[in-house]
Each structure stands twice: as structure tokens, then as C-alpha cells.
Design a protein around this ligand. Structure first.
Ligand code: CS2
Length: 493
């Protein structure tokens, strides 16, 4: 149906149906003050929404330049629409549509590196924000240090003026600003990483120090890299979303985003010269210390998400809502929170973690959000450390039992082994997929040998966990049970 409709565009805004929210501020007043790296669905339904709300609340000129670091598809979808796109806030009661206007332009880094650097180094750019997913940081997830053997980092250290990696872009753009006598921008990391601003500061520093110690010192002294905790469930786009956006707006939109109603953004209030949109007007929490919020979110939400993704996938569940609608999984995730995660997480000021977990279960159970277990299972090698292994280490140090956490690690090992419970191939997406599969294949069929092979990946498990007897034992027991009884039956044990 949508092919016969006019394309969403600035000219169509006035004609949108009355129920569709749209930019009601002066789009012509926007300037390219935020450069956002990683223009996926998440940013467009999260950070862009907060900025859009500020523009509505108090105007201003905080426009966004979106940068795709790899593929041109977002640009190809968004450019013909003048940067406009529809977001659909979805729950059991239906869709609420909103057309977002703060995105000014989309650049594709591999096609025009110079244009991206020019935007980042322009005097009016005040913030460079990032949602490039865990693997985009080219770091070693266990240690948090820059992986100098990563092909993009090797490339960027050899040809720093034409970078490919996000870290390479940040350092080159900062170098240009310093050379031109400009103030630096703030670097605002919005990915699900522990102490994300500090982690990125370390990577930028490591990279800059190799290039030029003077530049590294200037960055350390002048650049701010606040930490932030971001939260909104935003599944990858599926073809039906195009139809839903067309129904809501009467326009063809090639880049709609479906998202849950909930959102949260906790930001460390540390910006170069204090320059930032007044995101608090949109409900963001600007705080001195993000860590308690981040621990809560990464360990309760993302930790449970990964648990449900691996074990749910193995049990044959396609989505998170399917998984938590299965009574065995519902009981499992509630026990996981109550018995093995919440006891290790200090609650942020004013937060009751049991209530937070109960709210998470409602969000996971949103029947209208089809978030695939396969999507969340991606890149586990980059996700496990901050989501699950931190909690695990703390419990092990206290001598506390870890049967449920160990089962999740076992589920991940089973998943990256590449065959499901019916013997079908799993399409495992992970930067270490090939190495993991090869190590597991080489280990043969003995469960203990397979577990040892997987735990031997130091970038994931460090060198402490593979040597921790109770940990190895618990994972081996859980893995053997998974092989014998399957995921669903293992939950109850
Ligand atoms: C998910 C996250 O894909 C994943 O790994 O756990 O994207 C999750 O939906 C968001 O962090 C929610 O804020």
C-alpha cells in the first residue's frame, strides 16, 4: 500500500493527520551542533527524542548531523525525506506516531571522511555523541583497553587523517580543533558499556598517545567525556513497520522506528563550557554520579535480556515477550533478579530494585514489541562482561552460589557452539564467532573440555575466571545439564 503514498518530506508536514506529533519549532533555526556517530534505530528513538522534546519545550538551535560509520542505508532512506522520520511508540493500546525533525543531515563516513571530519571540527559543533554498539569501540571487553590489533585501529594508526573507527574520528577531529585554536567538543558515549565515558576516555587517550603525546595531553586537560546510562527498548526495523508508519502518517517513510513507551537517560553533567541542550526539560536526569544507575540497568535489564536471549533462543522462543510469557522463564528471570543479581547491586538514590525489576518484567512482556532473542544474542562476547560477569565475580568473591548465572554462561557457550537443540545451525553474529566455533569444535564432545575452551577467551573472561574452580565447576555442571535436558528443563533445576 505504501508505494502509492507520497514520500514523507518537509513539504508534507502540514498535511499530516492531526494525531501525528510533528516538529512545531522552527527547523530553519537548527544548526549542526551535535554530531552523532552510529545512526541506528536506538539513537533515533532515544537521544533524538530527548533533543526533539527540548526543541519543543524551549526552542534553540540544537540540530543533529547523523553519521553512519559503515553502511549507506540510513542515508539512502533518510536523505530523500529531508532527515524526517516517523517513530511509533507502541504498546497493547496501539501506536502513537511522531515525526522527528532534529536530524539535519546524514553522512556516510566511508564515502566522505572529509565531510564527517569537517562537521566534527566546525566551530559550532559542541557535542559528538555515540551509539555504535559495544563492538564499535574496538576494545578488549574484559580489560577495557584499546585493541591495537583490531584492523580498524591498525588502519587508523597508520593513516590517522583518514580514519575508519569511531576512536580514530574522535582523535583526528580533536586534533583539527586544537590546530585551529578551537575549543574541543564534549564526547557523549551512549552505549551499554560500564563507565562508558571513562572507558572511551581511556581508548581515546591510548590512541592519541600513540599519535602525538602533546595532543593526548591537550585532550586529557580539555575534553569532557561524561558517562551516561541510556534505556529504551527499540527492536530492529521489520518490513511491517513500514506499513504501520504509512497507516499512521499517510506517507511513505523508509526509516520508521518502533519503540516501547518507557525511556530513561541519566547523564553525568560534565560538558565542555557547559554547552548542551537542556535535556532535563525532557526528563533526562543530569547527575554527578552515573555509576549506580548504570550498574542497575546493565545488570538487571541487559543481564536479564542476554539470559533470556540465549536460553530463550535455545528453548525455541523467537522474541523476549514469547520467552517471558513461558511460565518457566518468567519464574527463572524473577529468581535470577531476586537471588543472584539484586543482592550485588547497590540501589541508586531513591530506587527500589525489586520494583525496578517488576517494571522490567512488564516492559519485557509488552505484547506489541517483538524484540527477537536472536537480535539480543548478537555480540555476546562484547556484552557478557558488563552484563553478567561483574555480578558473577562479586558473588564468587563472597563465596555465594551462582547456579543461575552459571546456567546463562552455559547457554551462551551452547549458543556460540552454533547448533541448536534440534541440531540446526544457529546464525551466530559476533566479532569472535569464528574463533569461538573453531575452539569449541576442536574441543570435541566432552562438556568439560568445551567449557574450558570457551572460558579460555581472555578478552571475555579475563584470566581470573578460567582459574576459578567453583566458577568452572558451576558452568560445567550447567552446560552438561543443558546438553542432556535442554534449556527449558534446565531452568527449574
Ligand atoms: C539489548 C539492548 O540488544 C541488546 O543487547 O539488551 O539493546 C536493550 O534493549 C537496551 O539496552 C534497552 O535500553
Amino acid at each position: 500500500m505504501s508505494e502509492t503514498l507520497p514520500r514523507l518530506s518537509p513539504e508534507r508536514l502540514a498535511a499530516l493527520p492531526a494525531g501525528v506529533a510533528r516538529p512545531r519549532y522552527d527547523r530553519a533555526a537548527l544548526r549542526p551542533r551535535i554530531v552523532h556517530l552510529g545512526l541506528g534505530a536506538f539513537f533515533r528513538a532515544h537521544g533524538a527524542h530527548y533533543t526533539e522534546d527540548v526543541l519543543h519545550a524551549s526552542g534553540g538551535d540544537w540540530g543533529v548531523v547523523g553519521v553512519s560509520l559503515q553502511r549507506p542505508d540510513q542515508r539512502d532512506r533518510l536523505a530523500p525525506q529531508g532527515g524526517l522520520y516517523t517513530t511509533l511508540r507502541r504498546d497493547a493500546s496501539g501506536d502513537a506516531a511522531r515525526v522527528v525533525g532534529c536530524l539535519l543531515e546524514v553522512l556516510v563516513a566511508p564515502e566522505d571522511t572529509a565531510a564527517v571530519l569537517a562537521r566534527m571540527a566546525a566551530p559550532e559543533a559542541a557535542i559528538v555523541s555515540l551509539t555504535i554498539t559495544e563492538k564499535g569501540y574496538c576494545h578488549d571487553p574484559a580489560s577495557g583497553r584499546l585493541n591495537r590489533d583490531h584492523p580498524d585501529i591498525r588502519h587508523d594508526l597508520a593513516a590517522p587523517e583518514a580514519p575508519r573507527s569511531a576512536v580514530g574520528f574522535l582523535v583526528e577531529a580533536l586534533r583539527l580543533r586544537r590546530e585551529r585554536g578551537l575549543r574541543p567538543f564534549t564526547v557523549l558515549c551512549c552505549d551499554n558499556l560500564p563507565q562508558n565515558g571513562r572507558l572511551l576516555a581511556g581508548l581515546v587517550h591510548d590512541f592519541a598517545a600513540v599519535r602525538d603525546p602533546g595532543l593526548a595531553a591537550w585532550i586529557a586537560a580539555e575534553v569532557q567525556l561524561p558517562c551516561s546510562m541510556v534505556d529504551r527498548i527499540v527492536p530492529a526495523m521489520v518490513p511491517e513497520d513500514l506499513e504501520a508508519a504509512a497507516r499512521a502518517t499517510g506517507c511513505q517513510d523508509a526509516a520508521p522506528v518502533v519503540h516501547e513507551p518507557f525511556r530513561q537517560w541519566v547523564i553525568e553533567d560534565r560538558f565542555v563550557d557547559g554547552l548542551r541542550p537542556r535535556w532535563e526539560e525532557a526528563g533526562a536526569q543530569l547527575v554527578a554520579e552515573v555509576e549506580p544507575f548504570e550498574h542497575m540497568k546493565l545488570r538487571l535489564l541487559n543481564g536479564a535480556h542476554s539470559a533470556l536471549a540465549y536460553l530463550g533462543y535455545l528453548a525455541g522462543h523467537e522474541t523476549i515477550v514469547d520467552t517471558v510469557s513461558d511460565p518457566a522463564f518468567r519464574a527463572f528471570v524473577q529468581r535470577l533478579w531476586a537471588e543472584e543479581i539484586i543482592p550485588e547491586v547497590p540501589p541508586p538514590p531513591g530506587v527500589d530494585l525489586a520494583a525496578y525489576a517488576a517494571a522490567l518484567l512488564d516492559r519485557f512482556g509488552n505484547p506489541a514489541i517483538r524484540h527477537r532473542t536472536w537480535q539480543i544474542a548478537m555480540d555476546g562476547s562484547q556484552k557478557l562482561p558488563q552484563r553478567l560477569l561483574g555480578t558473577l565475580r562479586e558473588r564468587l568473591a563472597q563465596g555465594r552460589p551462582i547456579p543461575l548465572l552459571a546456567l546463562i554462561v552455559a547457554g551462551w557457550i551452547r549458543y556460540v557452539g552454533g547448533l541448536d537443540e534440534q541440531g540446526q545451525e544457529i546464525d551466530v553474529r559476533d566479532p569472535l564467532a569464528r574463533e569461538l566455533r573453531a575452539a569449541l569444535d576442536a574441543a570435541g564432545t566432552d562438556p568439560a573440555a568445551r567449557v574450558r575452551a570457551a572460558l579460555g577467551f581472555g578478552a571475555i573472561f579475563g584470566d581470573d575466571l578460567p582459574r576459578n574452580g567453583p566458577f568452572v565447576q558451576a558452568v560445567t555442571t550447567a552446560y552438561a545439564r543443558l546438553l542432556r535436558d535442554g534449556a527449558r528443563a534446565s531452568l527449574a533445576a
